[in-house]
Design a protein around this ligand. Structure first.
Ligand code: NAP
Length: 248
């Protein structure tokens, strides 16, 4: 049987850690040539090595995603390294938590720059090419706190709520040309990025029916489902992968 993504190239941002790394491994396992990006070249090389050791195809491209220029430059490098990009996973993200009164303008701009602006311009760069070819799949990584208001998560949640609206608008814009755009909305997930939360992660997770935090692999398998053809009739969906938190 041919692997679902064989012959395709997938760009995974934030592929050096946590959910992005698990996604890179999952998509490579489905046969994609994975181009993973992040800032940390050492961690990037480790992920590439892991995928290649398992018989997959992967390359790392260093990128600090903070503006349109860095997003466009990453898209250009991904094309050089992997050829046409068929799958884009907008996963790179920052999530500083804290009271609104303590947030600086610099923090505000930084959160929106990575979580919204870079994703926007990666899509602006890559989706029209996918549309011209008549196929492609884009998966944005949101969060359950884009749907529910939690104290300390106003800025982060607002940035991901923007990404969820963009998911629907892009589904309308590019879907008629064969490009599916969807999102996953994870709940608390044990990653390097949430390690510093300690017990607070488990407390947050305990409010959901599943009652526990997710592994990065549990989020990645939902991303892989949306990326591949098994979800061929799914457009503009935001799939909660949150142990049931926003359902109850
Ligand atoms: P993580 O372990 O902190 O990893 C974040 C990734 O994003 C890293 O690969 C990092 O790359 C990359 N990144 C951050 N800032 C960047 C920048 N300026 N330029 C380029 N890359 C950048 O995070 P995670 O927990 O896996 O989260 C991944 C995504 O899932 C995020 O969008 C997050 O909002 C979302 N999410 C996470 C949870 C959770 O509980 N973990 C829940 C809901 C949603 P480098 O370190 O190499 O730069």
């Amino acid at each position: 049987m041919t692997a679902q993504l064989s012959g395709t190239t997938a760009l995974v941002t934030g592929g050096t850690s946590g959910i992005g790394r698990a996604t890179a491994v999952a998509l490579a396992g489905l046969g994609a040539h994975v181009v993973l990006s992040g800032r940390d070249a050492t961690r990037g090389a480790e992920v590439v090595e892991r995928i290649r050791a398992a018989g997959g195809k992967a390359d790392f491209v260093a990128a600090d995603l903070t503006d349109a220029a860095s997003a466009r430059a990453l898209a250009a490098r991904a094309r050089e390294v992997g050829g046409q990009v068929d799958v884009l996973v907008n996963n790179a993200g920052v999530f500083p938590f804290g009271p609104t009164g303590s947030a600086t303008e610099e923090e505000f701009d930084g959160v929106f720059a990575t979580n919204v602006k870079a994703a926007f311009f990666l899509v602006a760069e890559l989706a029209p090419e996918m549309a011209e070819r008549g196929h492609g799949s884009i998966v944005n990584v949101s969060t359950m706190v884009a749907k529910i208001g939690l104290a300390g998560m106003a800025l982060y949640g607002a940035s991901k709520a923007s990404l969820e609206l963009l998911t629907k608008a892009w589904a309308a814009e590019f879907g008629p040309s064969g490009v599916r755009v969807n999102a996953v909305s994870p709940g608390p997930t044990r990653t390097e990025g949430t390690a510093a939360m300690g017990d607070a992660l488990d407390q947050l997770a305990s409010a959901a029916p599943a009652g526990r935090a997710a592994s990065p692999e549990e989020i990645a398998s939902a991303i892989a489902f949306l990326a591949a053809e098994g979800s061929s009739f799914v457009h503009g969906a935001v799939l909660p992968v949150d142990g049931g938190r926003v359902a109850v």
